[in-house]
Design a protein around this ligand. Sequence first.
Ligand code: GAR
Length: 198
Amino acid sequence: MSNRLKIAVFASGNGSNFTSIVDFSSHSQSSFEVVLLICDRPQAKVINRAKQAGIPTFVFSPKQYESKEQFESEIVQKLHVAGVQFIALAGYMRLIGKTLLEEYKQRIVNIHPSLLPKFPGKDAVGQALQKGVSETGATVHYVDEGMDTGPIIAQQSVPIPPNSDRDDVQAIIQQVEHQLYPQVLHELCKKVMEGAKS
Ligand code: GAR
């Protein structure tokens, strides 16, 4: 077995978290390497980031499939070919279905821009601003069939400065995400590899 766990990142948009994960994996101490990007939006910026980093990509359009089961079966095939052992969702704006959950039990994690269980689902930053809270944050959690409902692994809070708009708060949260997510993935992948050895 290689001394790094092979991971896939799933993303739908800009991909700043994808880049922070890939950058971390270039350190010799990293317990994981990114071997595949899965993207469900053919126009997403993250695809270009993967190209620049030399990371293979599987891009698909969900509407070209009859069901979630059908496209997830194809994803599972791609993951197997690439030898993927662990999955990190990073701005993948789609619920994970049974096909993937059963194949990668306890091996799929997500990052969400709030202190879950507060503000799950879309536009977590907008929800926080609307509520007028003075702090929010980022959460890394295991993925289950619900919307941002799986067991929490790590959280970090950030204050919301007065008069902040959505872009300000998003930038503050993403700064935290870019540190927190790769570090948590590193710890989790280390544990998975230690478990495989014993
Ligand atoms: C991240 O802030 C992530 O927490 C959020 O999407 C953003 C993606 O940014 N995810 C969710 O809202 C999931 N419910 P990025 O494409 O620049 O990494």
